[in-house]
Design a protein around this ligand. Structure first.
Ligand code: GL1
Ligand code: MG
Length: 211
C-alpha cells in the first residue's frame, strides 16, 4: 500500500458530539425523537441524507425547501460549535500517527462526506498537512457510495488497491469495500463483515503499515 485515506469526523477529530448537539436542537425544534442511536446512523452520511434519516420519525412530510432550511439551520448551529475547536483538539495520538506514517513514506489524504472539512482542518491546524482532501463539496453521492474515496485516490494518483481507508463508520467501511480499497475500522466500523483490519485505536495503524 502506498497511501492512507482518513475519514475526518470520529477518526482525525471528535466533532461527532457537535453534530449530535446540532441535529438534536433541530429535531427538538420540530418535535421529532432523536437520540445517540439515530445519530450513529448518520456517521459518514451527507447533511441532506442525515436529515432524511432523522425525518423518518416525523409524522409530517417536509418539502424540499423546508428540508433545505432545516439543514441550513443545523449547519449554522454546528459551525457555531466548531468555532470553539482549535489545535488543542488535535490529540497527541493523531498527531504522532500522522507524522510517523508520513515519515514511513505514505501519501496521506482525507475522504470525508462533510462540507465543513476544510474549515475543520484549518481549526485543528492540519490545513496544509494532507496530499489530498476529498470532501462533501466535491461529490454527488455520500458514503456508503465509494465516490469520496475514489476521488481521493484519483487526486493521489493511486489505484484503490494501493490505498488503505481508515474509518469509524459502517457506511465508510462499506464504501471502501465497494470501491476496492483495503480498510481499517475502529469502533462500530471494526464489526463490518468486509473490514480488512479491525483496530482498537489509531496507533494500531503503525503495526499494520510497514516501515
Ligand atoms: C455531514 C453531516 C454529518 C456527518 C458528516 C460526515 O457533515 O451533516 O451528520 O454525517 O457529514 O462525517 P456536514 O454537515 O459538515 O457536511
Ligand atoms: Mg466518521
Amino acid at each position: 500500500m502506498n497511501a492512507i485515506i482518513f475519514d475526518l469526523d470520529g477518526v482525525i477529530c471528535f466533532t461527532d458530539h457537535y453534530h449530535f448537539l446540532a441535529w438534536k436542537q433541530i429535531a427538538d425544534s420540530i418535535g421529532v425523537y432523536f437520540d445517540e442511536q439515530v445519530n450513529d446512523r448518520l456517521r459518514g452520511v451527507s447533511r441532506m441524507d442525515s436529515l432524511d434519516i432523522i425525518l423518518e420519525k416525523s409524522k409530517i412530510e417536509y418539502s424540499l425547501e423546508e428540508k433545505r432550511i432545516l439543514a441550513e439551520e443545523k449547519n449554522k448551529r454546528y459551525v457555531q460549535l466548531l468555532n470553539h475547536i482549535s489545535t488543542a483538539d488535535l490529540s497527541d495520538e493523531v498527531k504522532d500517527v500522522l507524522q510517523e506514517l508520513c515519515k514511513r513514506g505514505y501519501k496521506l489524504a482525507i475522504g470525508s462526506s462533510s462540507k465543513n472539512t476544510k474549515y475543520i482542518l484549518k481549526q485543528i491546524g492540519l490545513e496544509h498537512y494532507f496530499d489530498a482532501v476529498s470532501d462533501g463539496t466535491m461529490i454527488k453521492k455520500s458514503k456508503p457510495d465509494p465516490e469520496v474515496f475514489l476521488k481521493a485516490a484519483e487526486m493521489l494518483q493511486e489505484r484503490p488497491e494501493s490505498c488503505l481507508v481508515v474509518e469509524d463508520a459502517l457506511a465508510g467501511v462499506e464504501a471502501a469495500w465497494r470501491g476496492g480499497f483495503f480498510s481499517a475500522g475502529m469502533g462500530e466500523a471494526a464489526t463490518h463483515k468486509h473490514v480488512t483490519f479491525p483496530i482498537k485505536r489509531l496507533s494500531d495503524l503503525l503495526i499494520i503499515m510497514k516501515e
